[in-house]
Write a protein that binds this ligand. Sequence first.
Ligand code: WTA
Length: 704
Amino acid sequence: MTKDTNKANANESEIASHWREEELIYPSDEFANQANINDKNIKSNFTIDKFPECFKQYSDLITWDKEWDQILDSSNPPFYNWFVGGKLNASYNCVDRHLSDYADKAAIIWVSEQENEPDRVITYSELFVKVNEFATLLKEFCGLKPGDRVTLHMPMIPELPITMLACARLGVIHSQVFGGFSGTACGDRIIDSESNILITADSYNRNGKLLDHKVKADEAVEQASSNGTDVEKVLIWQRYPNKYSSSSPMIQGRDYSVNELLESYEGKTTPPESMSSDSPLFLMYTSGTTAKPKGIQHSTGGYLSYAAATSKYYQDIHPDDIYWCFADIGWITGHSYIVYGPLSIGATSVMYEGVPTFPDAGRPWRIAERLGVNIFHTAPTTIRMLRKAGPDEPAKYNYNFKHMTTVGEPIEPEVWRWYYEVVGRGKAVIVDTYWQTETGGFIGATLPGTEPMKPGSCGPGTLGIFPVILDENGNVIEPGSGSAGNICISNPWPGRMQTIWKDPERFINTYFKKYAKPESKDWRDWPYVTGDGATQSSDGYFRIVGRLDDVINVAGHRLGTKELESAALTVPSIGEAAAVPAIDDLKGRVPEMYVSLKPGYEKQTTIENDVKQAIATNIGPIARPAHVWVTTDLPKTSSGKIMRRVIASISNFVEVGDTTTLSNPEVVDKIKQQVQSAKIELNQVPKDIPQEIIDEIKRFGEDN
Ligand code: WTA
C-alpha cells in the first residue's frame, strides 16, 4: 500500500466551485406536513447514547411470532445479533398480516415492456394464494426445508417476488442472481451457495426483443457440475403462461415448467416457518477485490426491520401511495425497496420489466401518469439517460410526484437539478440514498420532511447510523476540513450483513481489518469500512466521491477488476490483463481493458472482440469493456504488480504522476501515445473532470 493514496486534497471551496454544493433546498410545507416523520427533533431519539435501544422503534414495525428479549448481542464483534430470541417470518410480514386491512389492495403492479400488454395487478389476497401455492410446491416437490439455499436467476417478472416470498415462507435462503448476468456467473454463485435447485424463466423482454433466458440455465448447470455441484432440478417460469418461449429443449427429469407443476397445487397453503431473528433470509453476491464474488448474508429480523423502517421514514410511503422503484430486483435495491421494504409495510409496489427508454424516453412518465405513481425511485444512470434522450419529455405528461429517490452512484449536481426541476417540477423532494449491498438499507440520506437537500451530497447518516471519515492511519477527518478519506460506520445497525457466506475471515478482512482493534470485544473498536471515499462538510453532510478499492461502479453495478481480468484471461492468447475505469457521461464509469499477449502469439484482428466476448460470457453484457487496448507490456512495479493507476490516468487523460517506482517506465509513453491518439480520433477525450474524480483515477488500484 502506498502512503499517498487517499488524499483527495481538494479543499472545500474547490469542491464547492465544481459542485456548488453549499446550496440547501428545503422540502415544501405541503410535503413536510404529510411526511411520516415531520418531527424536527426526531434525531434526538437516535443519538449515540440511545444506541442500540433506539432501534426498538424499527422492530416495532414488524409482527413477531415471539418477541425478542435482547436488542443487540455485540459480545463477539464484528458478528452481531439483533433482536435476540425473537421469532418471525418475512413472508408472513409481507403478505399474510396485510390480509385484514389490505386484502384487495394492489401489492404489486407489474408493467410489461411491451406497451400493449396489459398490466398485471396482484392484490395482497392474490399474492397470498400465489406465494402459498409455490411454497407448497417447493416443499413437496423439491423437498426444501429451512436453511437450504436456492439460486434464482430471474428477470423482472412478478414471479420473482413471488418466488422470493415463497422461499422466505419456508425459511429457505434465496440467492437471486441478476437476470442480465451470464449463465457462467450464475453457475459460480450456485457453486458457492451450494444450491441444488435453480429457479429461472424461459424468456423476457428487453429493449424490444424477447430474450431467450432458459439457455443460460443450461450454461449455469454445466458450470456448476464442472465444479462438482449438481443441480437436481431447474424450475422454469413461463414469461407467457402456457407457451414455452425458448430455443433450449427441456431436459427430462431435470427441467420442469412451474406453470404446469402448479396445476397440482391449486389453492394449497403452507404455514410460514417461524424463524429466529438471526436466521439468514437471503444471499446477494457482490464484487470485491478478488475474482470470487462475495455472498453477502442478510438476517431475517434485523434486515426486515431495517428495510421496513427506512421504507416508511425515508421513502415516506403511506398506505395510499403508488410507489415505483425503477431498479432490478436482481440487485439489493430491488430486494430492499421493491420487495421486502414496501411489502412489509403494506404498500403498492410497481415493477417494470424493461429498459427506461423503450420505446422512447417518455415511457417512464407515461407509466407514472397512467398508474398515478407519486413516489419515484431510480439511479443516476437512468436519470442521465432520460435527460439525454428526452430532456423535455417529463413536461408532456400529467403525473404528480411528491418524492423522488436517487441511489447507487454519486449524482452530479447538474443532473440532480434536472431531476429536481424538470422531473419533479421543483415540488417533489429528492432523497439521495447512500448505501450498499452489505448495509441492507440506507446509511446516508436526508429525512425528506425535516432535512434540507443538497445537490451532490447524500446528507447526514440515517437514523441511528454514525458515519465517520478516517484517514489512512485511522485518525478522524473532521467535518469541514475539505479532505476526503474512508467513510466508515462507527456502530452496528440491524440491516447490516451478518457475514460473507461460508467466509467469516474474508468478512473481517474486507470490512474491519483496516481499523479494528482485533483483541477488543467492544463494538466501538470495530468500525465498518465501506470502501468508499467521502468528504464531510461542516454542516455534517457527506458527499461520496467513489470507491477506494478495486471496484468499478458501472451504471450503479459493482464490477471487480479481478473478475474482469480473469474473464479476459480465458482468451487463450492473453498473458496479462488489467481493468481500469474510464469516465462516461451516461454510466458514470465504464471498464477499459489493457491486455498483453503471451509470448509466441501474434496480434489477431479479432482479439479486441474476443476479450469483450469473454467478459460478456463470463460476467454479463453490462461488464463489456468500452475498449480493449492490446499493448506489448504493462507498467509494473519492481515486484511485478501492474500499476493500474498509471493506465487509468492514461485512459482518462489525467496526469500520470510518479512513475519512478516502475520497473519499465519506458512503456508509459508508448501506451499513452497508442491510447490517447486513438481516443482523440474517436472524439473521446473527457472534459472538465472534477478534482475529486481526478484523484479517484490517480489512486486507482493503489489501496490494496
Ligand atoms: C455507491 C447499491 C454515491 C457506493 C445500493 C457504494 C453511492 C456502492 C450511492 C454500493 C449514493 C451507492 N451516492 N454513491 N447515493 N449509493 N453508491 O452494493 O460506491 O450495488 O459503495 O449497492 O455504490 O453499490 P451496491
